[in-house]
Design a protein around this ligand. Structure first.
Ligand code: FAD
Length: 421
């Protein structure tokens, strides 16, 4: 009888339509269990709940090697877009203050930036977003579980608490949206012990000081940009090209501007080791890939921005037969975000071939929720997604880079124009 009552049918109004949704709780605990409470997982779980589904979302943050940890909301909220944009804004304000004098603003001769004040404000803002997400889940009747999820079968998730307590949840459908984490170059002695990543920088209580940023991805250049902008001695170590995948002419404008802005660049260089000196400073040894010569310098902080790894290891996907791309480690998905195992879906940064961006993860999550409920068959369109690099010279783009257009269509198959506004 209890099972019958639990397996009730409900009528729910939606945008003027009467929609029939069946709760599968007679057979499973939930209609949908989402593993990962970041940009995508939260959007998908909230949307599904609003469509009448019984939903649980598991989110768990493994602390960094430095012990940094954060709360609900995933990469964008805690260690990505949001704190990054706020620190970028802090740097832009510094530039504006310098310019302001020439526009007649009376300023003291020197102005200083205080990291602790900025960090506290940024961290408090992030905490308010963490809280906001919890409240929204509660309001929308999504069960939030601070558990590390893994898959036991295509309908069963095992959640593990920090204290090691196990919770088993069953669901008709399971969605994996566990995102990714920064990689450490573990082959470099001292890299893990003495380095930090973008998962730490926004949560530092004290200024990182003279900083070496290793890598030339957008994450590397954005971090180097705001560190330079707030007045820190900042160097970027680049093995080959900056902003790989972006239009290289534009990448050149971005790095030229940064050099003029005060960021140092060490081109064609690769780190060899990091040693902590008795003074507490970090001695970095690197080699020039053209001459093979070794160099050394000391820094207060070394920030590795050498790529991100998908969070699949703890999920038990191999036992279940969920297919991964062997090179990237990401989950192979179809256009409807389905994996190779029925009833198991994946999207966002964890899935192969998707842009690693928050708006696409949110939109894809909402559309997936609609398809799972049977409300629509609309697929996410991942073509021509616009993106911005928040370096001191902000750069926005959409569509193919010139290099990619040439690769696809040949040099004679495209027209390109330098346009100045
Ligand atoms: P995530 O947001 O990473 O969420 C995954 C969640 O799952 C995390 O909370 C994780 O702890 C949790 N998790 C992992 N494993 C488990 C498990 N086994 N059980 C339970 N929970 C688990 N994007 C933009 O669009 N614009 C930007 O300006 C931008 N700036 C960025 C700046 C930086 C420095 C970085 C690192 C990223 C930035 N991004 C930006 C990218 C954006 O943050 C990601 O694309 C987005 O967060 C991906 O969302 P997601 O839902 O796939 O994963």
């Amino acid at each position: 009888m209890a099972a019958l009552c639990r397996g009730r049918h409900r009528w729910k109004g939606l945008k003027g339509l009467l929609v029939f949704t069946r709760n599968f709780t007679g057979r499973y605990d939930y209609d949908l269990v989402v593993i990962g409470g970041g940009s995508g997982g939260l959007a998908c779980s909230k949307e599904a709940a609003q469509l009448g589904q019984k939903v649980a979302v598991l989110d768990y943050v493994e602390p960094t090697a430095k012990g940094t940890k954060w709360a609900l909301g995933g990469t964008c909220v805690n260690v990505g877009c949001i704190p990054k944009k706020l620190m970028h804004q802090a740097a832009l304000l510094g530039t504006a203050i310098k310019d302001a004098k020439k526009y007649g603003w009376q300023m003291p001769e020197t102005v200083h930036h205080d990291w602790a004040t900025m960090a506290e404000a940024v961290q408090n803002h992030v905490r308010s977003l963490n809280w906001g997400h919890r409240v929204q889940l509660q309001d929308k009747k999504v069960k939030y579980l601070n558990l590390k999820g893994s898959m036991l079968d295509e309908h069963t998730v095992r959640g593990l608490s920090k204290a090691g307590k196990e919770t088993i949840l069953t669901a008709k459908n399971i969605v994996i949206a566990t995102g990714g984490r920064p990689k450490y170059p573990t082959q470099i002695p001292g890299a893990v012990e003495h380095g930090i990543t973008s998962d730490d920088i926004f949560w530092l209580k004290r200024a990182p000081g003279k900083t070496l940023v290793v890598g030339a991805s957008y994450v590397a250049l954005e971090c180097a940009g705001f560190l330079t902008g707030i007045g820190l001695d900042t160097t970027v170590m680049v093995r080959s090209v900056a902003l790989r995948g972006f239009d290289q002419q534009m990448a050149g404008l971005v790095t030229d501007y940064m050099e003029a802005y005060g960021t140092r660049f060490m081109w064609r260089s690769v780190p060899k080791r990091v040693d902590k000196l008795s003074s507490g400073t970090l001695q970095v040894t690197w080699s020039d890939t053209e001459t093979g010569r070794e160099h050394k310098d000391t820094y207060d902080s070394v920030l590795w921005a050498v790529g991100r790894a998908p969070e699949t290891k703890a999920l038990g996907l191999d036992k279940l037969g969920v297919q991964l791309n062997k090179q990237s480690g990401k989950i192979l998905v179809g256009p409807d975000e389905s994996t190779s195992v029925p009833n198991v879906y994946a999207f966002g940064d964890i899935s192969e071939g998707r842009p690693e961006l928050t708006p696409t993860a949110i939109k894809a999550g909402k559309l997936l929720a609609h398809r799972l409920v049977g409300h629509s068959a609309d697929l996410m369109n991942y073509d021509s997604v616009a993106t911005t690099v928040f370096t001191p010279l902000e750069y926005g783009c959409v569509g193919l880079s010139e290099e990619e257009a040439e690769r696809r269509h040949g040099k004679d198959g495209i027209e390109s124009e330098d346009t100045c506004w």
